[in-house]
Design a protein. Sequence first.
Length: 317
Amino acid sequence: MSGMKDMSDLALIGGAAAMLGIGCFLGGRVSEEGGEKGVSFSSGSSQEEGTRKRVDPLMVRQLSVKFSGATSVPVGSENARTVSASNDGNGKMMCVDGCWCAAHIAYQFSDVAIIYPITPSSPMGESVDAWSAAEKKNLFGQVLSVHEMQSEAGAAGAVHGCLSAGALSTTFTASQGLLLMVPNMYKIAGELMPCVFHVAARAIAGQGLSIFGDHSDIMAVRQTGFALLSAHDVQECQDMAVIAHLATLHAEVPFVSFFDGMRTSHEINKVHILGNDVLRDLLDTVEEKIQDHRDRALNPSHPSLKGTSQGPDVYMQ
């Protein structure tokens, strides 16, 4: 197996080198702008810098995969996640898994993602981290700010803090990781903060450890005040994630958008990817709600009171 992996890596390196060589042969030049290598081309005979067009190095790697014969690697697989980082889908059909779909939407609709890995939700955090490192812009025209914490408890606390500061924040988790988030989930729901937790539902470790899917983790957070939205296949992982990110802003209630761990999270299937034009139109419908959320942010210029002590006559309401 290690020999096959080495050959695959050599094929990718060889394919990338070939593409760079072809680029230079066609009149391009290797450039290094902003710490990122690429090939730039000039239009016609003009040599002015303003007319040069840069080739995305991620596109070069994607093409290297194609021309190296490694077409058997699915776009949604672990080795191909960085390849698809520069591809919005643009309304086309793609072969991806459930985690990729949820991560794609979370990246587009968020300012901040707080991550901590736990099977089978880890690919979602890995994907947004890779896209952020590649400086992929989301619907807000910015690169998602991604931070990995020391545990899921810290991730949930950081999400609560980001929401309090007016940022649209999200996280990804499963099983015991979701249980560690319960204390902060009560606070987020109690303060009516819009956010989405993307969960690849997994069995809770009791008498033994199981990394496969059931809904025992989801059933354990029903009482937190979060709305629960379930996706039943890979296509719905994307579609329900969009609905969750829009509905949480309209309702001012946090959402858990979940799907079956392993069975759906890692299932590679043909999905109609919603293009950025469609997603921007949907985002425009909640523009005022987003501004309302940002206006409620903690700010010394307009201080507000939170976390008061309440007697039974008020608390029960």
